[in-house]
Design a protein around this ligand. Sequence first.
Ligand SMILES: *Cc1c(COP(=O)(O)O)cnc(C)c1O
Length: 397
Amino acid sequence: MSHRSSEQTIALFDKYVVPNYRRYPVCLVKGEGSYVWNAEGKRYLDFFPGWGCNMLGYTPQKVIKAIQEQAAKLIHVPNTWYTEPQGEFAEALCTRSFGKAFFCNSGAEANEGAIKLARLHTPAGKYKIITFLDGFHGRTFGAVTATAQPKYHDGIGPMLPGFLYSPRNDLQAVRDLIDDETAAIMIEPVQGEGGVNIPAPGFLQGLRKLCDEFGLLLIFDEVQTCTGRTGNWFAYQTFGVQPDIITMAKGIASGVACGAIICKDEVAPSLRPGMHASTFGGNPIAMAAGLATIETIEEEQLIPHSRKMSERFRQHFEKLKAELPLIRELRICNMMLGLELAIPATPAVAKCMERGLLINATHDTVVRLLPALNITPAQVDEGCDILATVLREMANG
Ligand SMILES: *Cc1c(COP(=O)(O)O)cnc(C)c1O
C-alpha cells in the first residue's frame, strides 16, 4: 500500500530531517476512524490520535469533503480580503462561546497573540503574566516562557521578561504574585502535558475573582481542551467560569493546522490593525475544515456520545485500579484521561504498541489518552483490555 517500507522512510529521515523529535520506529500511512495502519499493513487502535488533534479520528467524511471542495475553489487568500469560510467559522465558534475570533495556525501562535493582546489591552506599565507550575503553552518564546517547566527553558535563555509562576490550586500564592504591573493570569483549565491535572473545586472561580478585584485579564489556554474534549464545547463551560480570552488549536479543525483566539467584544479592538497578524491565519482550507468539524460534532451528537464513552473508560479503569495498586490515581475529564502510575509510564507505550494500541505517556508517570470523540464502545473495550494486559504485566515486574 505504500511504496517504501518503514525502514526506507526512516533512512530518509536520518539523512535529511532535523533530529529534534524522539520518534517511534514506525511509518504511518493511512487511517480510518480510530484505527491507523503502518507501511507494512499493521493496524493500530489509537487512543491518542494526532496528539489530540484528530478530534474525529483519521477520516471524518464531512471534513474531507469540505477540504476537497474548498481546495478546488480557493486554497489561500490573505487577510487583506474577506472570505466566507472565515466569517462562518468565526460565527460557529463565537456563537458556541462568546466575543470575537482571531485566527492563526497553532497553539503556540494563539498563546503569543493572547499575551500580546493582554499587554495591549491593559493600561501602560502592566505587562506581567502569571502562569502555573507544570503548565504547557507551546514552544515559541512567549509561550515557552509562559510554560513554567525548567526542562523547556534549558539552554535557550534569557527568557522573555514578565512571567511569574504560581503553584496550582493555591489562590493565596497567586494573590501574592499580583502587583501594579500585572496584566493577566493564564492557565490551562485542565493541564494536559503536565499530567491531566484537573483543577481543585473553586480554584478557577477564585482566579476569576482575583482578576475582577485587580483588573486583570483571565486567559484560558484551551488548546487541548477545546471543541468538545471536556464534554462541552469549551472547558470554561465545563467548570462554569467565564474567561476574558481563550486560545485554542489542536482539535478545532480535525487535524488541519489551525489556531484561534476568542476574546470578549470589549477586548477585541485592542488587537488593532498593524499590531498583530498571521499570513496563513484564517486560510479558507483550515476554516472549511473547522466549520465541518463543528457541524459533524453537532450533527452526530458527539459531545453526548463522548460523555458515554468517558463513563465506559472510567468503569474499565476503576475496576483495574481496584485490582492493581500500581495505578495510583485516575484523572478523567471526559475525553482527557490520565492514569497516574506508581512507576514510569513510558514502558507502557512500547508494550501497548506491540499489541496494536497507541497511547501516550507524559509527566514521567502518567498514561495519557485523548481519544477521538467518535470512538465506539467496542473500540473502548478493545483498547482497555490491551492496556489492562500491559499494566498487569508491568505490575508483575
Ligand atoms: C499542544 C499545546 C500547546 C502548543 O500547541 P502547538 O500547536 O504545538 O503550538 C499549547 N498549549 C496547550 C495546552 C497544548 O496542549
